[in-house]
Design a protein around this ligand. Sequence first.
Ligand SMILES: [Zn+2]
Length: 217
Amino acid sequence: MVEGEKKEKVDVNPELGEVQVISLGDCPICGGKGTLKAIQHIHEIPYFGKVVESTIYCERCGYRNADIMILEDRPPKLYTVRVESEKDLFTRVVRSKSGTIELEEIGVKIEPGPAAEGFITNVEGVLERVRETLLMAREFRKQEGDEEAVKNADEILEYIEEVKEGKKPLTVRIADPLGNSALIGEKVKSRLLTEEEIKRLSLGPYKLVPGRGLDEG
Ligand SMILES: [Zn+2]
């Protein structure tokens, strides 16, 4: 039986795909006793490496926050991709909480902050997140009677649709002073962040992203 036990432990790739649940104790939000947990999951991203996706959640109040960590040592870099066709929408996006995403042509910035979340997706997925946030903010502005803001949101939403159809270009950038975020794809260009940029990124004030007005924190 000893052999059998051994075999079970030496799995093909033990940590890959395995989901770990860790107990973190009491919830700081609702005070629930022992209700705060973390789920950790390791993904292997082709041509890139292993990343850990961890989600902290409370069983009692539903608090939830996700983050991403790249397991290999990565220098702090700026990644850029110019999305010009539908194919480019599949460029992978690994964003940790410390990553800043910029969508140049529509003037949207997703910055680190208390409510920031880490995620692994592609450019299309990022556009979908922005679209959802914009729709929420648009509704809010509409109720306030802010027609200018509604018009602005409509223009960005229209531009996003055209990017999705490959009719309009979009420059996507991601920068992370901790090296935990990246863009992955054939067309992606990258360079090391300068000291100046790193300073600006980590100390930069939390700015309101257009359409993110409803975010907590
Ligand atoms: Zn809670």
